[in-house]
Write a protein that binds this ligand. Structure first.
Ligand code: GLU
Length: 494
């Protein structure tokens, strides 16, 4: 099935905000690689940054993954053999490895106060130097540091970055990268609250959870050398690394700002996964859209999740930035809607009708679904095209009942003749109603859109609707005749 043995991959979001497209794509690639290799997909919640913690964010991530169908094998809500899967529940593990780094001389206690570090930073800025730790506590003998820690002095643990030589590491998408160690900082691994930073926590968990492939955002490239140094200092096996491309705003110029994200929503789009659900996008459409933002496929680009699994390969991942193109989202969403069976699509649009306040009759729902399918970009588009089917009455605007180039009186005459024809038919099926109405159009010398336009507005209450005769069949004889009568009255009153 795949040239790789079963992988263990993790999606490791921080619950610091809403789940956006970037996280969804990372999760998707992790999922694809896991399923492709019959491996394991893990959800790990990286919640050690308590200042940025957002209540409810973890649930939104879980809901987003479930909605997209990216089901994980181990995670905080389902457990698993490598748990716990929330980092705040793993404190003792990080402390143990931080202590080992200190004992082995790869890390040190740092007692510098925030004020002193700020002074150093300002000084460095003034001298046009890169801001970094100035090494003050590096040389404190361990025995002395331990005494100070035992006496309760506030401290952090910093990694003792090698000061000479270079660090090399490989990202499979980007090749080998080299850093000069003199440019690297003594990064904080354990904070004064006893919680680890990402740099210790993620590396530790990747080791403890036996992660084979780390797929993460390219914002981690700058601290990548820290991570490989930590891993090497601990003598752990190194995973295969992939830093995914960044997403740019639709113009391709820069990353999406908060304001632009809000503007997208006004426009009927969003970069947040659960908004896309509410807007009527399908998981199939969203997945197909994001999978291609960074993964090159040769031919047919319309794929279900299972087809992506069959075709996925990390060799085709592309590190170039990808601009968010909502037109493509609309394209993929409409395409996947048209691939659904009537029953499937009916089930998907039903909640949208209900949300709009309609009480949904299943029989009508199943009949109208094929009529509107072709026109849908989102599931929510069902409402303007199909909502009237569930209304007991319609209230067309008088002006809409007047056909182009006809007076109200002439339009009323068309409606009367139509009523005459339709009321004589035994039923109003598409097959019975269309031929006599077409014959009338021909004999009258009117344009089809004049006659059918009046009829459409009369029976559906709106100028745009699914095909007229199919719609009349669903609405039913009694209601159709009653609505045409009402339209005649309205036109005659003008
Ligand atoms: N918690 C990190 C983030 O949300 C995860 C990065 C990673 O996958 O290692 O950016």
């Amino acid at each position: 099935m795949s040239d790789l043995p079963p992988v263990r991959v993790r999606f490791a979001p921080s619950p610091t905000g809403r789940m956006h497209l970037g996280s969804a794509r990372t999760a998707l690639y992790c999922y694809l690689l896991a399923r492709r290799t019959a491996g394991t997909f893990i959800l790990r919640i990286e919640d050690t940054d308590r200042k940025r913690y957002v209540e409810g964010a973890e649930q939104e991530l879980i809901d987003g993954l479930h909605w997209l169908g990216l089901n994980y094998d181990e995670g905080p809500d389902i457990g698993g053999p490598s748990g716990p899967y929330r980092q705040t529940e793993r404190r003792a593990i990080y402390q143990k490895w931080a202590d080992k780094l200190v004992e082995d001389g790869h890390a040190f206690h740092c007692f510098c106060t925030a004020e002193r570090l700020e002074q150093v930073r300002q000084e460095q800025q003034k001298n046009k130097q890169n801001p970094r730790y100035d090494g003050t506590c590096r040389s404190i003998p361990l025995s002395e540091a331990k005494k100070r820690v035992a006496a309760g002095e506030k401290h952090v643990i910093r990694f003792k970055m090698p000061t000479e030589g270079e660090t090399r590491a490989v990202d499979v998408m980007r090749g080998e990268i080299t850093w000069q160690n003199k440019d690297l900082d003594d990064t904080v691994l354990l904070k004064s609250d006893g919680l680890p930073t990402y740099h210790l926590a993620a590396m530790t968990d990747d080791y403890e959870m036996r992660i084979t492939h780390v797929i993460r955002g390219s914002e981690w490239l700058s601290t990548f050398p820290v991570h490989v140094n930590v891993i090497r200092a601990l003598g752990w096996p190194e995973p295969t690394w992939m830093h995914l491309s960044v997403f740019l705003k639709p113009s391709g110029k820069g990353k999406m700002s908060k304001r632009e994200a809000a503007d997208a929503i006004k426009d009927g789009h969003s970069i947040f996964v659960m908004d896309l659900k509410d807007l009527g996008y399908t998981p199939e459409g969203v997945l197909n859209w994001i999978v291609l933002m960074g993964w090159g496929v040769a031919e047919d680009d319309v794929m279900t999740l299972d087809q992506m699994v069959e075709r996925f390969s990390i060799n085709n991942l592309n590190p170039s930035p990808a601009a968010i193109n909502f037109t493509k989202l609309d394209h993929f969403n409409g395409t996947h809607i048209r691939l659904m069976s009537t029953e499937e699509l009916a089930g998907r649009i039903k909640p949208f009708f209900e949300r709009a306040g309609y009480s949904v009759d299943e029989g009508i729902l199943l009949k109208l679904t094929p009529l509107i399918r072709e026109r849908l970009v989102t599931l929510d588009d069902s409402i303007p095209f199909g909502g009237f089917f569930f209304q007991p009455t319609v209230s067309p605007a008088a002006a809409d009942l007047i056909a182009k180039d006809l007076t109200p009186a002439q339009s009323a005459e068309v409606a009367r003749r139509s009523l005459d024809i339709l009321s004589k038919l035994p039923d109003l099926s598409h097959a019975s109603a269309e031929p006599p109405m077409r014959q009338y159009v021909e004999e009258s010398g009117l344009q089809p859109n004049q006659v059918f336009g009046i009829l459409r507005v009369a029976v559906t209450g709106q100028k745009v609707s699914p095909p007229l005769f199919e719609s009349m069949e669903i609405i039913g004889r009694e209601k159709v005749l009653e609505r045409v009568q009402n339209a005649i009255k309205l036109l005659e009153s003008l």
